[in-house]
Write a protein that binds this ligand. Structure first.
Ligand code: NAD
Length: 289
């Protein structure tokens, strides 16, 4: 029997002063811009608000206009020192990507880019629709490259050349599960892109990736009650056994936990993080029971 969708282990910890990481950094000020994709939901929303809370101007972009409005409202609710600006755009469209980067640069000094937008599709390799594969590749791998390509010149023209590109990978950029070939390939590729940017970054410009296990975003939590129903088990059993069976930490991450990793990754405290991956997966990929 399934539990109610309001199960408290599915409720994300609110983004606010109690949950946000605050970092001292000379570049964390209103004139500095951080472009955040996927900013209309989940991890992207939390990251845009976290960067704004740290004094930066976060420019959140997404195809979801209503979601972006909610992100801007959340930044006001948490009384962020910086602000969230929004720009609607579709990452499968190069013209939109160019417009989004220019919009971000128009709000100040563009130094940071958080590539977060993503999607999932479940099918075996022999059934995987190529159209869906291409779309996932476009959003999760090609767009991050093109956004980086358009952003880097802005970083290079700053007074000190300091900036960073943070890419949202996954445990699926380290190991794979079945029926997720589009996702697996995109996330492995995103780590390759991260290292490629790091190789060319030089003084000041860094790249890093973040790999997490399950995070409480609508993408994940919406499916859990249905999975419980389908399998005839409880929501707790789905979380503990199906999703976190390989994890030593038996709770999913909150979006704000991931947002805090982006805040750290962009900060000067992470100046030696270049090409590296922040693997925060509760022991999922590197331990074995
Ligand atoms: P989400 O569905 O809450 O947010 C994804 C956002 O991407 C949505 O707002 C969506 O509108 C946007 N998007 C999708 N296609 C787009 C397009 N063509 N143009 C512009 N925007 C587009 O998902 P989330 O869980 O916050 O995931 C964010 C990222 O984190 C993804 O890359 C995902 O792979 C990664 N990730 C998620 C988890 C998790 O458990 N939730 C774990 C590891 C990695």
């Amino acid at each position: 029997m399934s539990d109610s969708p309001k199960h408290d282990r599915l409720e994300a910890r609110p983004v606010g002063d109690d949950s946000l990481l605050f970092v001292d950094d000379d570049h964390f000020r209103e004139e500095t811009v951080c472009l955040v994709t996927g900013g209309g939901s989940g991890i992207g929303r939390a990251t845009a608000v976290a960067m704004a809370a740290n004094g930066v101007t976060a420019v959140a972009t997404d195809v979801d206009e209503d979601g972006l409005a909610e992100t801007a409202a959340l930044a006001e609710d948490v009384d962020a020192d910086g602000r969230v600006e929004t720009v609607v755009g579709d990452l499968t469209d190069d013209g939109d990507i160019e417009r989004v980067v220019e919009a971000a640069a128009g709000h100040g000094t563009l130094r940071y880019l958080a590539n977060i937008a993503g999607m999932q599709h479940i099918d075996a390799v022999e059934d995987f629709p190529m159209e869906q594969y291409d779309r996932m590749h476009d959003v999760m791998l090609r767009a991050p490259l093109y956004l980086a390509k358009r952003t880097i010149p802005h970083v290079r023209e700053t007074d000190d050349g300091v900036g960073a590109i943070g890419n949202m990978a996954s445990v699926h950029g380290h190991y794979v599960t079945s029926d997720k070939v589009g996702y697996n390939v995109s996330k492995f590729g995103l780590r390759g892109l991260t290292q490629s940017i790091a190789a060319e970054g030089g003084d000041g410009l860094r790249a890093y990736s973040i790999s997490t296990g399950y995070v409480k975003t609508p993408l994940v939590t919406d499916q859990i009650p249905d999975t419980a129903e389908q399998r005839g088990i409880s929501v707790d059993e789905v979380i503990d056994d199906v999703m976190l069976g390989q994890s030593r930490v038996k709770e999913m991450m909150d979006p704000v936990d991931v947002a805090n990793l982006f805040v750290f990754g962009f900060s000067e405290h992470a100046r030696h993080l270049n090409g590296g991956d922040l693997l925060f997966d509760g022991g999922m990929t590197l331990t074995y029971e």
